[in-house]
Design a protein around this ligand. Structure first.
Ligand code: PLP
Length: 409
């Protein structure tokens, strides 16, 4: 493809890849099985001597078209997609870790990822949670058997930003796999390949699909890790380009054996949503900045957490690394306010979990998505009982601002 810009490349990727009848979209292939005229050809695909499709749990043409687009957006060397973001993360860890391995993870994590690490712990893969905004804390947590460091770009709900660059350098120096969950920034705001991530995770459910009507997850491999030195790669997958061995093992041990595969219909929905990623996110980030500025200057608001505010602890880091400051912020009204009464005064935002929808969503996090975690972990993550999270959508800015003004009047 010529040296086109971000949106042009997404829009023309399918037809440039080659579609039937000159179709502008890659068709939705619902067939589960793919047949061959000659048994020898079928066997060749099974044995990896020829490329082709066999069974849609492992691969499907519609799904492959989406994978190629994500690889392009993340400037990677290959991608796999899954039925959800959690399907991707779980497959990654179950495919790459063995009993006795150690993982270092940010203590500021998506709640279900945190819960998954609790499950890994019961299976003999120990996980240390650390303050990923501080490289010295990460360095102290790394030990002899650390195989993977896992961080998010902007953490939810308090918007802490990991020291992405320094952690990348540390992982390179020590030969550790560096996994960056890019969900909150998406490939429009940030490409983790720049900080030498080994594997990039995206929940496609959020900004990439954008419309809140399809679940999906992705793992993208970069050229930055040579898997030759990673003992956990099965001898059967030590073939060909060694920078792809990790992804190959995730394809077989993760996607194929665990089966969290994306359907062709969902892949198509995500692909259509992705076409407007840059447009939607630009607008959502502008809306978020305006609302965060407004609340920040309001006397009835105690605190606002948004990387675009100059008093955010990692504001400079965000400015240096990201195209914009994201579309999610959290805040606390002054202590005396009852947040349930407060929330009911808002007419526009939907009181709902999820983020990255075109619609603005608001949620009292301690009472809902972080409830199961308990007060101690919530405190470690900086989640106060009255913290409200807003995932800002693409509504008309005056309507959003007007609704918050009314609620605070
Ligand atoms: C939502 C989310 C996930 C999980 O994605 P699903 O598609 O909901 O399974 C993982 N990481 C982050 C940062 C998320 O926001």
């Amino acid at each position: 493809m010529p040296d086109w810009g971000f949106t042009t490349r997404i829009l023309h990727a399918d037809r440039k890849r080659g579609t039937e009848h000159g179709a502008a979209h890659s068709p939705v292939h619902r067939s589960v099985a793919y047949g061959y005229e000659k048994a020898a050809d079928l066997a060749a695909v099974f044995q990896g001597k020829a490329t082709g499709y066999l069974y849609s749990r492992q691969g499907n043409p519609t799904v492959a078209a989406l994978q190629d687009k994500i690889t392009m957006l993340e400037q990677g060397i290959g991608s796999l997609v899954f039925a959800s973001g959690m399907g991707a993360i779980a497959s990654l860890f179950l495919a790459l870790c063995r009993e006795g391995d150690h993982v270092v993870a940010s203590q500021f994590l998506f709640g279900n990822t945190h819960s998954l690490f609790g499950t890994l712990d019961t299976m003999g893969v120990s996980v240390s949670f650390t303050d990923a905004t501080d490289i010295s804390a990460v360095e102290e947590s790394v030990c002899e058997n650390t195989r993977i460091v896992f961080v998010e770009t902007i953490a939810n709900p308090r918007t802490q930003i990991a020291d992405l660059e320094a952690i990348g350098q540390l992982c390179q120096k020590k030969g550790i796999v560096y996994v960056v969950d890019n969900t909150m920034t998406s490939p429009w705001l940030f490409n983790p390949v720049i900080v030498k991530a080994t594997l990039i995770v995206n929940s496609l459910t959020k900004y990439l699909s954008g419309h809140g009507q399809a679940l999906g997850g992705a793992i993208t491999a970069t050229k930055h890790f040579d898997w030759e030195s990673f003992d956990n790669i099965d001898p059967r997958y030590r073939k060909g380009d060694s920078t792809l061995w990790g992804l190959n093992q995730i394809r077989k041990k993760g996607l194929r054996d665990l089966g969290a595969s994306l359907t062709a219909d969902s892949a198509h929905n995500v692909a259509v949503g992705m076409e407007t990623l840059a447009l939607r996110m630009t607008r959502a980030c502008e809306n978020a900045q305006t609302l965060a500025d407004y609340l920040h200057s309001h006397p009835d608001i105690e605190a606002v957490y948004y990387p675009g505010l100059s008093d955010h602890l990692q504001h400079d880091r965000a400015k240096q690394l990201f195209r914009a400051f994201g579309a999610l912020f959290s805040f606390t009204p002054k202590k005396q306010a009852d947040i349930f009464t407060w929330l009911n005064r808002l007419q526009l935002p939907i009181q709902s979990t999820n983020l990255g929808d075109n619609r603005t969503l608001i949620i009292p996090v301690a009472h809902t998505i972080y409830y199961e975690m308990g007060p101690e972990r919530r405190q470690a993550m900086g989640i106060a009982d009255n913290l409200l999270r807003v995932s800002v959508g693409i509504e008309n800015q005056a309507d959003l601002l007007g609704d918050f003004e009314r609620a605070l009047a």
